[in-house]
Design a binder for this molecule. Structure first.
Ligand code: PHE
Length: 343
């Protein structure tokens, strides 16, 4: 048998052996056997020395072709088995960490979520707990318990979505004041984030659906100074230590006295800019001491306990902090806006 025939014999043998193999570790043994330093091909190349120039060239070329072919056979078969093993692993539910992939688009926190969570963090640090309440609320908690009986004119300023008789979409988070006091005994320090609804015409600063965070503290001897101290601490932690607050008299049926809270504009630090409409101040909350009538409605003795409450507008705060000029952006879920708020 000539060397050339021997070469093709080796190729045929390699084909057969490759077919037999089911375990990918054995391919390395095959590589050694056919292609290695002491392998069968080398054996033949060793015999080339005795040949003439022309023959040497011809056999050498054929040997290279056979070598490449065997290499290819082994690689292909190894890959096939690799694929089968991978499929079997996946079937068993074992994750395949060797698969290369493009990173899927990640989600982003909504700007209102970022603001809400930051506020919750600040209040938790001050010892508040967090509760949530129903969006479909009873008229009693939304109005009556909060010192707004049916004939109270303040009900008009809360244009409401009534669902059935006596039930409406809550117009503020304040009904949770009554629910929490009814359920628990003082001392209380709770914040309530939540969605609220009013029949407002939608424009750049009004939305029929919006978000508030309610705060309620009830204990013995709670004073207006406690309210002021809490809000000032919150404002500094929220907007930075240079922040100050302003409280001006206001009216709410469920607090007495009542105040409107403003913070120095976080954008211009009170120096006056377009965001604060050149006033240096941003109004962000209503607040006051819990009205004794509310305590009475709930069954607390106003001679024994006192407390304060506040209600903050989340959209207003987020608009100022992020310079978002139209409230409607919050609800359109345009990714070009949302993408900017990775927490
Ligand atoms: N609930 C009031 C509003 O929506 C805000 C408020 C809450 C005022 C708590 C005083 C105390 O306008």
């Amino acid at each position: 048998m000539g060397l050339k025939e021997e070469l093709y014999e080796i190729l045929e043998e390699a084909k057969k052996e490759v077919k037999k193999i089911k375990d990918k570790k054995l391919f390395d043994e095959l590589r050694v056997k056919f292609l290695g330093k002491k392998g069968e091909l080398r054996n033949i190349l060793g015999k080339l020395g005795a040949l003439g120039v022309e023959e040497k060239k011809e056999i050498g070329q054929a040997a290279n072709e056979v070598k490449d072919k065997i290499q290819e056979l082994i690689d292909e078969a190894a890959e096939k088995i690799e694929k089968q093993e991978r499929a079997a692993r996946l079937k068993k539910g074992v994750p395949d960490i060797s698969v290369s992939r493009t990173i899927p688009p990640i989600g982003y926190y909504h700007p209102l979520t970022v603001i809400r969570d930051k506020m919750i963090g600040v209040f938790k640090n001050m010892g508040f707990s967090v509760e949530e309440g129903p969006e479909l609320e009873e008229e009693y908690y939304n109005f009556d318990a909060l010192n707004m009986p049916w004939y109270h004119p303040a009900r008009d300023s809360h244009d409401s979505f009534y669902i059935t008789k006596g039930k409406l979409m809550r117009t503020h988070t304040s009904p949770m004041q009554a629910r929490i006091m009814q359920k628990r005994k003082p001392p209380l320090a709770v914040v309530v984030p939540g969605r609220c609804f009013r029949r407002d015409a939608v424009d750049a600063t009004h939305s029929h659906t919006f978000h508030q965070m309610e705060g309620l503290v009830v204990d013995k001897n709670i004073t207006f100074a406690d309210l002021k101290g809490t809000l000032l601490t919150w404002a500094k932690m929220m907007f930075g230590p240079q922040t100050s607050i302003r409280m001006r008299p206001d009216y709410f049926p469920f607090t007495e006295p009542s105040a409107e809270l403003a913070v120095t504009c976080p954008i211009c630090a009170g120096k006056k800019c377009s965001v604060c409409k050149h006033t240096g101040w941003i109004e962000i909350a209503g607040c006051g001491l819990v009205d004794p009538e509310v305590f009475k409605n709930i069954g607390y003795d106003p001679e024994q306990v006192s407390g304060f409450a506040f209600g903050m507008g989340l959209e207003r705060i987020a608009m100022v902090v992020y310079g978002i000029r139209d409230i409607r952006y919050f609800y359109e879920n345009d990714m070009r806006l949302i993408e900017q708020f990775v927490k």
